[in-house]
Design a protein around this ligand. Structure first.
Ligand SMILES: [Zn+2]
Length: 228
């Protein structure tokens, strides 16, 4: 089996959506002084490569600990939209991108996850470039059109999770978070800040979402793997 790690290293330098605090970490015990090494972490639930649980945008929807384990291991379709978006920092992923994938690889599996390779993840090592705020503080990064999430819910309801290689399901400049609002309350989940999707084939991989079941969590950092 081949394994691709789709997870960015979590650190105090991890790019954070501006609403959230930076990741904090402090030394607790050291081998030299205490005989063992332990640090203490503090982070908002939406730090680094992470899951957006349905409850992130809907009171009463599933929190991260309530996502069934069967939904955390799924056939994975990777939509490579790099050429079509052409680096557009306000580019949107649309239903045609799914239909284009299906023309090449056949219809999406009955139950699956969809991951979108926008190419934006190449900027993840440089938080300012990754978040790409303009002079007014508005972020510019590609994201999912609500037309896409509505299409998937109605026409491809077996898609249980959608993820991408940017800091938000929505385009950075969104003010209404229409993709989040469309997708998460339906009981499906999201994954943000994916890494290395270019190393995963468009079809045939299995996604493993190793998210900690934080009690009543809105989501949380996760180790995300693709198995081939
Ligand atoms: Zn999130």
């Amino acid at each position: 089996m081949e394994v691709v790690d789709l997870t960015h290293v979590l650190s105090p330098r991890t790019p954070m959506f501006p609403a959230y605090d930076p990741v904090r970490v402090a030394d607790r015990f050291a081998v030299e002084a205490d005989g063992f090494y332990v640090r203490s972490w503090a982070f908002d639930e939406h730090s680094g490569t992470h899951v957006d649980a349905p409850a992130h945008f809907a009171t009463g929807a599933a929190t991260v600990d309530a996502i069934p384990a069967t939904e955390l291991v799924l056939p994975l379709a990777v939509l490579d939209v790099r050429d079509r978006l052409g680096g557009d920092p306000d580019g949107m992923v649309i239903p045609d991108d799914v239909l284009d994938w299906e023309r090449r690889h056949g219809r999406l599996p009955g139950r699956c996850a969809v991951a979108v390779l926008t190419g934006w993840g190449e900027r993840a090592g440089d938080p300012a470039s990754y978040l790409n705020a303009d002079d007014a503080g508005v972020l510019h990064s590609p994201g999912l059109a609500a037309e896409l999430t509505e299409f998937l819910k109605a026409q491809r309801p077996g898609v249980r999770a959608i993820g991408l290689d940017t800091a938000s399901l929505d385009p950075g400049a969104s003010t209404d978070f229409a993709a989040h609002v469309s997708w998460l309350p339906s009981g499906r989940y999201g994954i943000e800040n994916l890494a290395r999707l270019e190393a995963v084939p468009p079809a045939g991989a299995t996604l493993v979402v190793g998210v900690t079941p934080f009690e009543a969590g809105s989501g949380g950092p996760a180790r995300i793997l693709a198995l081939m």
